[in-house]
Write a protein that binds this ligand. Structure first.
Ligand code: BDP
Length: 706
């Protein structure tokens, strides 16, 4: 009987679901479904809204609370003065409260009874803090949490929580798989697309407080007068939402747009040029965040062109923006084709510069030593530059994780890195503590995510890409949240709070990162993708313009075995870690399987922890990756009828592509590595349906994002 009722109920639910295109992200604000008791109690607790203040930020608070509550509670909630059961939002100053929220961005949400009347109060030291509190309050309702007897204090653990857009001025997004850039430079500054506002809302809702608008492979034109007007227009839109704009600066800009003969950072005219440029920018954008710089990396100009160091370059810019409160984010993503191991380059170049950067410089380090691979050991720079605030760079756009078509929830990857122990100051010197500044008492701290946003209707192309954007913001705010908590929140807001739906989608999401590792680069393989576009597997590739772009440089497969010896008998990259970390990886018999081929060249017969030979383990892992994707597909199929047909079908089709491509990766890699191992595929392995030659002849000249 109960079952039939439930079935009937869910059938009704299907009819209630209507077209969804993903545009509203996790801010859908649909009526609380399927839980009338909860709806009634919410309606009782909030019968009016009162906003203290009329600034653009307080207007944003008002609009969001009205939009959110009217939608979620499916009733008109008036904005009016004191009555019982009122939601009040305002700064502590405006409310004259004794309760103390923490910090400039933290907030406090409390339920209070004053003179017998019930209030829910959202307050903070600043208006931006109130906005964050408002979004948090809406999230409570969106995820069906109680809103009575609240006493919630929250403040961000990391100061700079940024998106890095790799967007070019012609709107092509480098490594972008979700359409073209959302910044329409041609129609700016006069035309303000609604999307800019929705972008600001989405970011503010997860605490992101800065956006680098243009590609790190920068074009100096962005620093010219007309473009700065356009940047200023965007800054005006984002400002009420607590978001500052930053720009990627091209180091040679003084030559390209300033017509100087040099960009030498120690040259006085060059320094003055940057100082004048900074002044010009701050006149237009008083709260401009600062510059992000990729220098002397992959052909970009930089201080080394003039025999100067990264610190010389960063400090020159830091000096220019310092009078205005600006900061410089200098990237540590550098590598040299001459070096015997790309892994070691950033550490070698940057550790000697520790202590040499000005106070307003952060060094931004990619999570791993190579390049956003499905799994990397952490970059040895973390914990190795105590005097310099290090900023984390994660990649939301899935350049190496299946690009626009694979469902990969990245929070487990982010957490794995943040939770890793550097042992820099003894045990429990986690990367999270390096990044949030607590390990070395830095006041500047930051996390950046390379954006996965484009102008596709649902922003990220793959609907589940939204979860990675969401996770970045939430973890930058509070890195102690678990991947599972974040997934639960996101699913509740994006799809449904029905426990069965949440559980299934969560299982899919939480399995997806390990799946991509397994079907692409198990056991510590890395960088074996196609050259240039980085789409699909090409482990045989050996003709790139530089050896360190070639897969063969990384896997080093030969008749004896496979893997990169980075121990003392090899390049000794391991030396860059603290002894306690080194110890984890140094011995091929005790090194965990996940990192084995990152650090060891081991024989095909090598005995793995499972008891299998390395070759059999490799086959096993590739197969496991494919099997996990099948399981993800199967789980998704069971959600039919519980999710609106539009989004259901979209994800269903993408999962089919992911499955096909997982098989492609498995077949290609195993057929190729078999030419070295000479060993047969084990019995449980599905035989490839094509030859290696067939796969080698495939070309993808128009693969996106290159
Ligand atoms: C690599 C990308 C390249 C970026 C570079 C970077 O392939 O497009 O420019 O990283 O981070 O992964 O600078």
């Amino acid at each position: 009987m109960r079952k039939t009722l439930l079935l009937l109920l869910s059938l009704c639910l299907v009819h209630l679901l209507h077209a969804e295109d993903g545009y509203n992200l996790w801010l859908r604000y649909k009526r609380i479904d399927n839980n009338n008791l909860l709806l009634t109690s919410y309606r009782k607790t909030i019968t009016a809204i009162q906003i203290k203040g009329h600034s653009p930020t307080m207007e944003a608070v008002r609009k969001e609370l009205e939009l959110g509550l009217n939608g979620l509670l499916d009733t008109h909630i008036p904005t009016k003065d004191t009555t019982t059961n009122t939601l009040i939002a305002g700064t502590r100053e405006a409310l004259n409260l004794e309760d103390k929220p923490t910090g400039p961005e933290g907030f406090l949400i409390i339920s209070k009874v004053i003179n017998g009347k019930h209030y829910t109060i959202i307050t903070a030291n600043t208006e931006t803090g109130v906005l964050y509190g408002a979004f948090h309050f809406l999230r409570l309702i969106q995820t069906h949490q109680p809103i009575e007897n609240l006493h919630i204090t929250s403040s961000p653990r990391v100061k700079l929580r940024l998106l890095n857009h790799w967007d070019n001025l012609n709107r092509y997004v480098e490594r972008g798989y979700a359409g073209i850039s959302i910044w329409n430079w041609h129609t700016l500054p006069d035309y303000i697309d609604d999307r800019y506002i929705d972008y600001a809302r989405a970011n503010a809702s997860i605490g992101i407080n800065g956006a680098v608008l243009n590609n790190v492979n920068a074009n100096a034109t962005i620093l010219t007068g007309p473009y700065l007007q356009k940047v200023a227009a965007l800054a005006n839109i984002l400002r009420p939402y607590g978001i500052k704009v930053y720009l990627s600066a091209r180091f040679s800009a003084p030559m390209e747009i300033g017509h100087l003969k040099t960009a030498d950072p120690l040259n006085d005219t060059v320094r003055q040029w940057w100082q004048a440029k900074a002044k010009e920018i701050y006149q237009l954008i008083p709260d401009f965040g600062g510059f992000l710089v990729k220098a002397n990396s992959e052909g970009q100009p930089g201080p080394q062109n003039y025999g100067r160091t990264h610190a010389d370059g960063a400090n020159m810019l830091a000096e220019a923006v310092a009078p205005f409160g600006g900061i410089i984010i200098w990237r540590a993503f550098v590598y040299d084709p001459q070096a015997n191991d790309r892994f070691k380059q950033a550490y070698n170049e940057f550790t000697p510069l520790d202590g040499k950067f000005r106070k307003n410089v952060l060094v931004q380090v990619k999570n791993g030593p190579i390049d956003f691979q499905p799994r990397e050991p952490f970059s040895p720079l973390f914990g190795a530059m105590p005097q310099t605030p290090l900023m984390m760079e994660f990649q939301l756009t899935q350049e190496y994780l299946g690009q626009g078509t694979h469902l990969v929830y990245e929070a487990p990857l982010f957490k794995e890195v943040l939770d890793a122990d550097t042992y820099a100051k003894g045990p429990n010197s986690t990367i999270a503590k390096v990044i949030d500044g607590s390990l070395y008492d830095h006041t500047l701290s930051g996390i950046a995510g390379v954006s996965n946003i484009g102008n596709e209707r649902n922003w990220t192309g793959h609907l589940f890409g939204q979860a990675n954007w969401y996770a970045l913001g939430r973890l930058a705010w509070d890195h102690t949240l678990s991947s599972e908590q974040i997934a639960t929140e996101w699913i509740g807001q994006t799809f449904s709070n029905d426990p069965a739906v949440v559980t299934s989608i969560k299982q899919i999401m939480l399995a997806s990162r390990e799946a991509v590792v397994n079907y692409m680069t198990p056991l510590g393989l890395h960088h074996i993708m196609g050259n240039g576009h980085h789409y699909g597997p090409a482990p045989w590739s050996n003709k790139a313009p530089r050896p360190d772009w070639d897969p063969i440089y990384y896997h080093k497969a030969d008749a004896k075995g496979i893997g990169f010896d980075r121990t003392a008998t090899g390049t000794n990259a391991l030396q860059q870690y603290q002894p306690a970390v080194r110890q984890l990886y140094a011995d091929s018999n005790t090194c965990s399987d996940q990192y084995l081929l990152w650090f060891h060249h081991v024989s095909w017969q090598h005995k793995m922890h499972s008891g299998r030979t390395l070759w059999n383990e490799l086959c096993h892992k590739y197969q496991e990756g494919v099997d996990t994707v099948s399981a993800m597909q199967h789980k998704w199929e069971q959600l039919k009828g519980y999710i609106d047909p539009e989004r259901f079908h979209q994800v269903q089709m993408l999962l089919a592509i992911q499955h096909k491509e997982a098989i492609w990766w498995r077949n290609v890699c195993l057929l190729y590595f078999q030419t070295f191992s000479g060993m047969p595929f084990p019995a449980n392995y599905e035989q490839p349906d094509h030859t290696l030659e067939y796969y080698q002849q495939q070309h993808f000249p128009y693969a996106p994002g290159n």
